[in-house]
Ligand binder design. Structure first.
Ligand SMILES: [Zn+2]
Length: 259
């Protein structure tokens, strides 16, 4: 009952005063277990090219969440020289792969820092059900849990057409597309008049198809894992960027209703 009352107070305060004022107000009190348990831990799943990075940045702004990607976590921990960061550094310097245990230790360190008190979006971790189970154990030890796994769903054929057709002006970086955005005069950049266009070598139809295939086979077990816990939410990632953001926001707001 107390948990529920606190959750209602928090969401009321956020509604009335705005998120930062509410955070300030609640930061004044002690961070108790139920408050920590209410902090969102979201898993964002989506293939390369689905716009995960762009959307995650928007969700950070909207909800005061912090996006944590495995690469950034590792780099930051190594740079900070934390205990787990030093372990990771030693492994990487020896040419080895950083183990799940070390990644989890780094994640545990990161989750204890004050800037993530508003909740986190995990990107790129977990990748396997073994990691997902280990994450659950880690969070449970701190009275927390995964609050939702959001899968950004794409249509593979449309995705191949979208990525494989893109190219940029070598002079100014303006983006173009074979089907969706040709320059007004063929081969001449609208923005700077440059005539040299470039394509990323890994943006061919074949490599995009291979990347998507790899993503699906890697992610399928995770999708089942979170679906089995009623934590999976699917968002259509093929629409306009703003429409995808709107869907993500309403999904996350749905998760925030006090239970
Ligand atoms: Zn240009």
């Amino acid at each position: 009952m107390q948990k529920y009352a606190e959750a209602v107070c928090r969401s009321l305060a956020i509604t009335i005063y705005g998120r930062s004022a509410a955070q300030h107000y609640f930061a004044a009190g002690e961070r108790n277990m139920s408050e920590i348990a209410n902090q969102p831990v979201l898993i964002l799943l989506g293939p390369p090219g689905a716009g995960k990075g762009t959307q995650a940045r928007r969700l950070e702004e909207r909800f005061g969440l912090v996006q944590l990607s495995t690469g950034d976590l590792l780099r930051a921990a190594v740079a900070a020289g934390s205990p787990a960061g030093r372990e990771a550094k030693a492994v990487m310097e020896a040419g080895g792969l950083v183990s799940d245990e070390i990644v989890l230790a780094i994640l545990r360190e990161r989750l204890s820092q004050p800037d993530v008190a508003g909740g986190v979006i995990l990107d790129g971790f977990p990748r396997t059900t073994g990691q997902a189970e280990a994450l659950d154990t880690l969070l449970a030890a701190e009275g927390r849990r995964v609050t939702g796994a959001i899968s950004m769903e794409v249509d593979d054929a449309a995705m191949v057409a979208r990525i494989a057709g893109r190219y940029t002006c070598a002079g100014c970086g303006e983006g173009y597309h074979d089907s969706f955005k040709q320059p007004k005069r063929a081969g001449i950049c609208d923005a700077c008049g440059g005539t040299e266009m470039k394509r990323r070598p890994d943006d061919t139809a074949e490599t995009v198809a291979v990347r998507l295939e790899a993503y699906h086979s890697e992610t399928a077990p995770l999708i089942s894992y979170y679906a089995g816990q009623n934590l999976l939410h699917r968002v259509d990632a093929m629409g306009e960027i703003d429409a995808v953001t709107t869907d993500l926001i309403s999904t996350i707001e749905g998760l925030r209703q006090p239970a």
